[in-house]
Design a protein around this ligand. Sequence first.
Ligand code: F6R
Length: 592
Amino acid sequence: MCGIIGIVTKRREGQTAEIAVECLDRLSYRGYDSVGVATLGDNLEVVKMKGKVEDFSHKFDVNSIRGKVILGHTRWATHGPPTDYNAHPHTDCSNSIAVVHNGTIENFRELKAELEMLGHKFKSQTDTEIIPHLIEEFKRRGMDSFSAFKATVNAIEGTYAILAVIRGDNRIYFAKKYNPLVIGIGEDTNYISSDIPSFLPYTKTIVVISDDEVGYLTADSPLNGGVYIEHKGEKIEVNDRIKIINWDAESASKEGYRHFMEKEIMESPRSVKETISGLLADIDEVMKAVKILKDSRRILIVGAGTSYHAGLLFSILLQREGINAIPVIASEYYNYRTSTDDSILAISQSGETLDVRLAIGKFKAEGSKIISLTNVIYSEISRQSDVSLYTSAGPEIGVAATKTFTSQVASLLLLWSAIKDEDFSYLRNAHIVVEDSLSLSGKASAFGEELAKQSNAYFLGRGLSLPLAMEAALKVKEIAYIHSEAYPAGESKHGPIALVTQGFPVIFINGEEDLGLQDNVQEMKARGSKTYSISINKSLNTDREILIKVNDKRLFPLAIAPLIQILAYRSAVIKGTDPDKPRNLAKTVTVR
Ligand code: F6R
């Protein structure tokens, strides 16, 4: 996955590294195995280490790192374990070229062998290190820097967002295929990064780079040639691409909360409100999606992790209407064959997840129409879609999806009502349901505190509560490192109940009153389980209970979502894990 940043400035040299490290901190949700920066002034200097951005700031005097052109990288290891040597940036033999890269180079072994035959010496086990050596090799053969960079990009196969600095000019060279890259235009400083939030405090003026584009960035304004982009040899008119985004910088900072995760859960009412008003303002686009979905023989709903759970909930809503809706775990896309009669709804917060992109690539080639629901404007997945819908949750920095999940669910409720030709004005009050539910967060925290003492837990639900139970189990597992599993409550008798002994925690998610959960509670109690429930409107008589009153039952998932997130968050805090950066995970998964 990895996060990359490049900054080129006309300002005093001293501040730039500090800003780069700050941008890297906001990018570190993309990976936090190692961190490094390269600065180009009179010399090229590289400082890098295994560890997180905060460790980097403690170890190095960032203010003393000088240069007007800076590259930075935060890594999620793919090729080579997380070590100081494998940390980016990587350099060539003569220490004149530095490169940061997000992605994977498939033909790196062959290229490395060829370069070694030509005398190049490698210091790391990464695929990325071939890039500076290739640029060096092409320069040795007489090419200018940009030509050498382009020749390198032509030689590599795989997925990439690459930034390079080359001694001799004050440019950042860039290339993109599959992995995201966006330029931020500042006053006397320009930025190029994996995502917008990293440079959001400095500029909201952006240029999104598309696949197969290469170019370079200087500190000049685009009007004075500061941004040059080419696609397959053709120059791109940059000024036509400039966009202003409406995210605010505060949304990318913790604003006094201990963790982004907590702050982002608390932002859910606002995110849901803005999502609904955003979709209503873009109702023509919503209705285009609705028409496609209604005209389809089958609807495949594709997503990974939390987004899959939102899709599963939507598929149940549609199936209950007699619509042929199939929830698809994105990474298992090859099991499905679609046709021109089918449509695809791709759900992805980041709009980048590779498995989702591969799935829609296949289904599009089979003739299906693609609708996407993402939280990132101009994201890769949106650009691959026939109709792009957005949640307006604002940037989400915590690795665990929280406010974006609640906003996805709100969006899907709107689509569901539109498909049924139902008046969807009730969704204007959706955020109040989330707000009211958050007033019970103390109780959810208390559940979390008890759960933190356990090593295992079951989350059980029926009907629409099952995807919520699955989401709760995923959250608890990924941030509190407690082994938790979700099952359809009825299914728990067919195996899982064997693990239940005295005090084993079973948490019931009870959104729909009359589906039979009551019996399952009794079965668990009879085996000594400690029973908990999060229930809507009617008590389940568990040992511990949170009872939420929701007047419009259609909105109940929006009441449960923030409480399961709080429960997981509190367990993580009590256990002392970092909920914003759970081990081995990254927020954006751009590998298979
Ligand atoms: C869990 C979580 C992940 C993501 C998954 C898909 O809290 O955040 O399971 O939901 O990686 O990501 P997107 O939605 O960006 O495609």
